[in-house]
Ligand binder design. Sequence first.
Ligand code: DUC
Ligand code: ZN
Ligand code: ZN
Ligand code: ZN
Length: 487
Amino acid sequence: MGKVIKGGTVVTADRQFKADVRIEGEKIAEIGENLSADEVIDAEGAYVIPGGIDPHTHLEMPFMGTTAAETFESGTFAAAAGGTTMLVDFCLPGEDGSLLSALDDWDRKSKDQICVDISYHMAITDWNERIFNEMETVVNERGVNTFKHFMAYKGALMVEDDEMYASFKRCAELGALPLVHAENGDIVQELQQKYLAEGITGPEGHAYSRPPEVEGEAANRAIMIADAAGTPLYIVHVSCEQAHEAIRRARQKGMRVYGEPLIQHLTLDESEYFNKDWQYAARRVMSPPFRSKEHQDGLWNGLAAGSLQVVATDHAAFTDEQKRMGLDNFTTIPNGTGGLEERMAMLWTKGVETGRLTPEEFVAVTSSNIAKILNIYPMKGALVPGADADVVVWDPGISKEIHVSTQKSIIDYNVFEGMEVTAQPRYTLSRGDVVWAYGQNSQPQPGRGRFVKRKPYASASKALSKWKSLNTPRKIERNPLNIPSGV
Ligand code: DUC
Ligand code: ZN
Ligand code: ZN
Ligand code: ZN
């Protein structure tokens, strides 16, 4: 007869109501009053919500001359402990440039380690016929329907506009969704050289060289290119008003453009880079960098207004030793911060507790919206009979301080160190298994997590371009040339 989560308040993206949730095997079987089963999971005094989905992580990713230190095992354990039951990791092609061997590589690394479910986004870091051809297999056979494009990291991951346009058109054909890291990589490189030449070598140079304008310019450009290609677009780690503004404008014109702020940008600001302690500041170096309070307010408003839809982490975690690669030069500090374990609790504390978000909006931006965008709803991101039993008993009665000493991440610091959060998962269930119980501290079985295949999009991918010249070209039939003599 399975399990029943009893006595809680179910919160979905639409509403809240008192109900029990009965689980059979890996699925939700029933939601209603006075349900019973063999095993009872107590949710008295707590909310019952869909498991969190973090659509943006970089576990064990080779990057900037090193490899992100968080493993698939520690990362997915941290996720479970924080109430996240699925993450989407970025798969990066290696030396041979093949998308398919990159997928094999990611499968090999993740398979025996993952404690919760995962999926991938595929990175397009180059453009050629093989990539064009492999994209079809990636979508139709390997179950990856999203492709990431870096507009920054010149000389490494960055793609040019012509490559992006070609790849976006291919995405539109295949029913896949393009993603962009929006920063103007050419200008960033120039600014980096300028500040280094002026003797600014510390982490503050990182912030100076990646101002909001370079993000806004790239976001606008990507939106225009997506519109020309006739595809929706998803902009990762939206950190500033300039990029948010571009998204708002596009949405108002009827374009399907989605924006994803990170929990770090919502809660930490640019003053962190001016800390006198080099290591403190370097730990917080990520791209885009943290912004001022005005930008933060804009992001919170966007989540409430619906112009931004998803809160992620971009979890790319490097140790103190790895960060010291950039001791004399901020451009060689590995870019990235963590947040997988803290995303839900920080968003609750700084968002719901403060009245900026309702509990329903919290569920929408941590789970349901991205499940819809990724085309896995309602298998994931929903509490309905038949859905995967990825469920969190979310307890607003547990407050704790965030400390590196108790985190599940294997990194030797935490950017949220010392902050107090006012809610925690009492239980996290992944496809019906309790993978985290607060106070018990036991780790779920590595390898129990699964890879989630995602189908291509049917209709949503056929966005109509607003470019008039693309929609109605007209060939003019002219009279033959008739040049008067003597002129
Ligand atoms: N930004 C980061 O800070 N780290 C990983 C990749 C990225 O775009
Ligand atoms: Zn990025
Ligand atoms: Zn990223
Ligand atoms: Zn501490």
